[in-house]
Design a protein around this ligand. Sequence first.
Ligand code: ZN
Length: 53
Amino acid sequence: MREPTIRNPALMIRCPRCGSVPGAWCFTPRGSRLPEGRVHRDRTAAHRNRRTV
Ligand SMILES: [Zn+2]
């Protein structure tokens, strides 16, 4: 069930959850980054749903 840690396609978009810019890992409301390879589910979902463009 684990996904590759480095190449995460969700990183190509801005995270709607924490506002992390494209290419940057997600971070918590406290300002610390999530462990590498982990992004918010919202970000993954947003990446999946961006068929519009
Ligand atoms: Zn995030």
